[in-house]
Design a protein around this ligand. Structure first.
Ligand code: HPA
Length: 245
């Protein structure tokens, strides 16, 4: 039996429509999980929900214990993870409100615990990460979006920046030259850790602002909040539709 987890990011610290049956406060050998893990029924599907930044959004991206989060989901029997990420849009058309299912990642983060294989390393621990997202799960998300009539981007490169500050305009220009379409702060090492444990992982990215230097003026939190409210409603619809696929 397949069990799906949703890791909610900024703007999705709880999941409307989730009928919670159990709540688990978990401690793993890597430390504490971001928040109590909620297990329940979401439109007829048993799912697990985890708020990546904690329920009060108190954990900044570099302080999230990604290893504990992924390990806890695996221990609960999860085999598919749908990650939700709020991102900045870099390339043309990646504007506020756009939903993208990325297919590639560039990791610009540093000083994060990014592997389960630091100790007792074996040669088999060099995981293949050519395609960082699980293609079958990505296709379920894309089909789910099509079914509910959402116009989404079916691929894109997610660049993961350390944060918590936003990027400079020059950093964004560099990311664009590297081929990034989106910039976010939480996609890595989450995706790689899921792969290390053999879990299917894909991401729904909601663009909440044009990235630094791509629009006139400053990026404001108020502007981001406005896009988040409407955008996350669409994300929930997409998740519901894709769970049956
Ligand atoms: N940069 C990085 N992360 C983000 C952004 C951004 O512009 N917007 C939302 N998350």
């Amino acid at each position: 039996m397949s069990m799906t987890a949703i890791i909610g990011g900024t703007g999705l610290t709880d999941l409307d429509g989730l009928n919670i049956q159990r709540e688990e406060v978990l401690e793993t050998c890597w430390g504490a999980v971001s928040a109590p893990v909620l297990i329940g029924d979401f439109h007829g599907h048993e799912i697990v929900f985890l708020a990546r930044h904690a329920q009060d959004h108190s954990l900044p991206p570099h302080k999230i214990n990604y290893r504990a989060n992924i390990q806890a989901l695996e221990l609960l029997g999860v085999d598919r993870i749908i990650a939700v990420n709020a991102v900045g849009g870099i390339t043309e058309g990646m504007c506020g409100g756009v939903i993208c299912i990325p297919d590639q990642i560039i990791d610009y983060t540093s000083n994060r615990e990014h592997t389960f294989f630091s100790d007792d390393f074996e040669v088999t621990n060099h995981i293949d990460f050519t395609m960082p997202y699980d293609e079958k799960l990505r296709q379920s998300l894309i089909q789910g979006a099509i079914q509910v009539g959402l116009n989404i981007r079916q691929g894109g490169v997610y660049g993961c920046f350390n944060g918590p500050r936003l990027e400079t305009a020059a950093e964004i220009r560099r990311m664009e030259r590297d081929g990034c379409d989106l910039t976010g702060m939480t996609g890595m090492p989450e995706a790689a850790l899921a792969r290390e444990l053999g879990l299917s992982y894909a991401s729904i990215c909601l663009v909440v602002n044009r990235a630094a230097g791509k629009a006139d003026g400053e990026i404001t939190i108020d502007g981001i909040r406005q896009v988040l409210v409407e955008g996350m409603q669409k994300v929930r619809q997409l998740i519901e539709a894709s769970l049956v696929l």
